[in-house]
Ligand binder design. Structure first.
Ligand SMILES: NC(=O)c1ccc[n+]([C@@H]2O[C@H](COP(=O)([O-])OP(=O)(O)OC[C@H]3O[C@@H](n4cnc5c(N)ncnc54)[C@H](O)[C@@H]3O)[C@@H](O)[C@H]2O)c1
Length: 367
């Protein structure tokens, strides 16, 4: 394997989100995308052809390509840990889509094996590395809203079966609004307010079955295996509080993330996006707008930071330790709802260092 120059990448999972990833990963000069793998060989072949990637086939075949140093895992959540562990066993670093795993045990196995093998592992979301959430981080760190007191986080809509052509996995254990969308909101909150100490939640579901709306499977019914309406109270270790709603049961679609400080309320753009202006509502009723450039590379910048981290011998910013803490908070929310009791969060994590000024994903930095 090479130890200099662009990092060789193999992508596993050629489904819906692979288009966005491959668009970005193939445009970053520090990466060399060499292989696309999928259990559906034809899907892997056509995605590889679409993006000019030389290799395609199964995960086993991908792991035989000595030029692949970093496996980018875009499989459904229930397979995240299994694919990442297979990558480690073949001596490869790994980036995985969120969540890190669907149980704490599997998430811990990923952290433990990476440490044992001396391999790096990163976990989506990487939206917090986008210009909007980086600007929010600077503003909070510089006390632009005074000392933070609390957060309001709302994600609600009628459910992804309206747009996703194969949505059943989004309603299985390990998905639902908490595990599917929670990572964006909770990762942003941890970056802005620090780790979570305790959660208390309630949970429910409007229906036990849903129906696919789009694509060849339209009309097919599938079971709902996880709560689709969850409300939580969060207590951060730093002292701030938070209220969070995660719903696939709401006719009123809404995404909202606000941080209240003693000197203002920061309205953060949708944490599932990379750009969007910030608004700071002052105590006198005035509103300061912090403009964010509207163009930014999207999904894949966390994997790029990880690739650069491999060469630089440092930890990635969107780390699996952060992914594990978020997983712990999400699992604790569902446990709290089931047990009707607050749950203390055992794990903790340091928020990732902000990106250095001028950080440029399109620069060639690995000669
Ligand atoms: N769709 C989105 O908008 C979106 C956005 C952000 C993150 N994600 C995350 O990305 C991941 C994939 O989501 P998606 O919407 O692309 O799903 P998808 O179902 O469209 O694609 C998943 C792909 O993985 C393949 N696959 C399954 N098991 C495999 C295995 N063992 N080896 C190789 N390939 C395998 C499937 O055949 C499929 O092509 C999920 O973790 C999801 O949470 C999706």
């Amino acid at each position: 394997m090479t130890a200099a120059g662009p990092v060789g990448v193999g992508v596993v999972g050629a489904g819906n989100i692979s288009t966005q990833y491959l668009t970005n990963l193939t445009s970053f000069p520090d990466l060399d995308v060499r292989f696309v793998a999928d259990v559906d060989a034809e899907r892997a072949r056509s995605r590889a052809a679409e993006f000019g990637v030389p290799g395609c086939g199964s995960l086993d075949e991908l792991l035989k390509d000595d030029g692949v140093e970093l496996v980018v895992n875009l499989t459904p959540p229930a397979l995240h840990a299994e694919v990442v562990l297979a990558a480690f066993d073949a001596g490869r670093h790994a980036w995985t889509e969120k969540p890190l795993a669907i149980t704490r045990e599997d998430g811990a196995a990923v952290l433990d094996r990476a440490a044992a093998r001396g391999l790096l592992v990163g976990c989506a979301p990487d939206t917090f590395l986008g210009p909007a959430l980086q600007a929010a981080r600077r503003l909070v760190d510089e006390r632009g809203i005074g000392a933070p007191l609390g957060a309001l986080s709302v994600f609600q809509n009628p459910g992804p079966e309206r747009w996703h052509p194969n949505p059943a996995f989004l309603f299985a254990a390990g998905a639902g609004p908490v595990f599917d969308l929670g990572p964006y909101y909770l990762t942003a909150l941890v970056q802005l307010l620090g780790p979570v100490r305790r959660v208390s939640a309630t949970a429910g579901s409007s229906r036990s079955e849903r129906t696919v709306h789009q694509g060849p499977l339209a009309g097919r019914r599938f079971p709902v295996g996880t709560p689709t309406f969850v409300q939580a109270l969060l207590e951060f270790r730093g002292g701030a509080g938070g209220v969070a709603v995660f719903s696939f049961d709401s006719g009123l679609g809404r995404t909202q993330l606000e941080i209240t400080g003693g000197e203002g309320v920061l309205e953060v753009p949708d944490p599932n996006q990379f750009v969007g202006d910030l608004r700071v509502h002052r105590l006198d009723g005035s509103v300061d707008v912090v403009g964010v450039p509207p163009e930014s590379p999207t999904r894949g910048i966390g994997a790029l930071d990880l690739a650069r981290a491999i060469r630089q011998g440092r930890a990635p910013r969107a780390s699996a330790a952060l992914g594990y803490h978020v997983l712990d908070v999400m699992a604790s929310m569902l446990e709290s709802a089931e047990r009707r009791a607050a749950v203390d969060i055992a794990s903790t994590v340091e928020p990732a260092a902000p990106l250095e000024p001028g950080w440029d994903p399109t620069a060639r930095t690995l000669a």
